[in-house]
Ligand binder design. Sequence first.
Ligand SMILES: [Zn+2]
Length: 73
Amino acid sequence: MEFAVPQQSFRSHVAPSAHRCRVCRETALIFQRRHVSPERWGEPVVTEFYDCDCCDTRYSYSPASATWRRLTN
Ligand SMILES: [Zn+2]
């Protein structure tokens, strides 16, 4: 069984690089990977993961809701 590629994937090419790290106040977030939820969960949910290049704080970003979330290690 193949995984379908979301047709709205072009939206993810607009990287929200202007986000500022809440810890060190730098805008040096590095894109790490992109995760798409399995189709069996319903509407695919895209989550992007970023690391701060200055303090290694991790963030996740949801393009659908334009929401940033800080991840605790
Ligand atoms: Zn930082």
